[in-house]
Design a protein around this ligand. Structure first.
Ligand code: TYM
Length: 339
């Protein structure tokens, strides 16, 4: 059986970008494919990845909230869906070390996220540099084929493919499953291009947890009223006509994309509906209403999920994850001559 796998870090509350770019697509795929028994669905919190940057709040609480958020976003758990925390499956850290001996400093230095996070600094923690190798371990331990992610993470998928291919070649084996190419990943997610929700005040950039300006991002614990205000004050342009064009009209296109994803409608359909409209305020009001409704529903559901429910899912999920991961780790250790 093939595996779909993804994770969202828990260093702070999620943004609407995390929610629409990664969580909602994963929930839709999980609900579609886990019931048919076609795929195993692994959903985990990369808490070891979370600590590369400062933790906003309490890490354990953030991790619990992230896990609950999947359920609040509509995830239906069955025997093929596995929830776990990365740090509770020690094989991830060991596999990361083994892959450190396969990956090269040259390719890691080319990672955009590393360049962005280390920009202007003389030095940074090694975790920031090694982040994609741990991510490769997260994926290859479970032989995952599909990894639903936002566009900013595609380079890491390509690196994971390179590490797996190089390893298999070096040891003349096929024990590592090379994940699908990013173009196939996007298709599997039902998109034409990767999803990138933009910063509301500077739509050239992606919406990010770490941006200081509060108006630039919608956090999933914002009050629905605050989210409405942020959308109403989002930066647009002076073109004066709605047209979905990410290069010429990134702000407007971002609003159209949010409207499409929140309502599970194809972007082409939403773009067509609004094409040629001249009152940006109307579009903003429609998007604000959609986000307000989604946020209200999400927050209500989130408040209803008890810790016990998550702990019991984690108990089963972490048992499963350790079993699968340890088997793959052992095979890789054998290749290196360690076993
Ligand atoms: P993180 O927490 O930084 O991001 C989680 C997910 O949210 C997506 N995302 C966005 N999508 C669209 N628009 C945005 N503005 C936006 N901002 C964030 C990210 O693309 C990501 O899908 N490295 C991963 C965590 C991870 C992981 C893994 C994922 C660690 N190991 C193995 C999959 C498989 C990350 O970026 O987390």
């Amino acid at each position: 059986m093939k595996t779909i796998l993804t994770g969202i870090r828990s260093n702070s509350v999620m943004t609407l970008g995390n929610y629409l770019g990664a969580m909602i697509p994963m929930v839709r795929l999980a609900n579609k494919y886990s019931v048919t028994g076609e795929y195993q669905v692994n959903i985990f919190v990369p808490d070891l990845h979370s600590i590369i940057s400062e933790i906003d709040g309490d890490l354990q609480e953030n991790t619990m909230r992230t896990l609950k958020s999947y359920l609040a976003a509509g995830l239906v758990v069955n025997d093929n869906v596995h929830l776990y925390r990365q740090s509770r499956v020690p094989a991830h850290s060991e596999m990361c070390w083994l892959f450190n001996c396969v990956a090269t400093t040259g390719e890691l230095s080319r990672m955009i996220q590393y360049k962005e996070k280390s920009e202007g600094k003389e030095s940074c923690n090694v975790g920031i540099f090694d982040y994609p190798v741990l991510m490769a371990a997260d994926i290859l331990l479970y032989s995952a084929s599909y990894i639903p992610l936002g566009e900013d993470q595609f380079q890491h998928i390509e690196l994971t493919r390179d590490i797996a291919t190089r390893f298999n070649h070096r040891f003349q084996t096929d024990i590592l499953t090379v994940p699908e190419k990013t173009a196939e990943q996007v298709k599997f997610m039902g998109e034409k291009n990767g999803v990138r929700i933009r910063d509301l005040t500077n739509p050239e950039k992606k919406m990010s947890k770490s941006t200081r300006s509060e108006n630039s991002k919608i956090m999933m614990d914002d009050t629905p009223e605050a989210a409405v205000k942020k959308i109403m004050s989002a930066t647009t342009d002076s073109v004066g006509i709605v047209h979905y064009d990410l290069w010429a009209q990134p702000g407007i296109s971002n609003l159209l994309m949010i409207e499409a994803l929140v309502n599970d409608r194809p972007i082409e359909e939403v773009a067509e509906q609004w094409l040629g409209a001249t009152r940006y305020g109307d579009l903003k009001r429609a998007v604000a209403a959609s986000v307000e409704k989604e946020l209200t529903k999400f927050q209500e559901r989130l408040g209803e999920i008890a810790d016990e429910e998550i702990f019991s899912l984690l108990e089963a999920g972490e048992r499963y994850a350790n079993e699968v991961a340890n088997q793959k780790l052992h095979q890789v250790q054998e290749c290196f001559g360690l076993r």
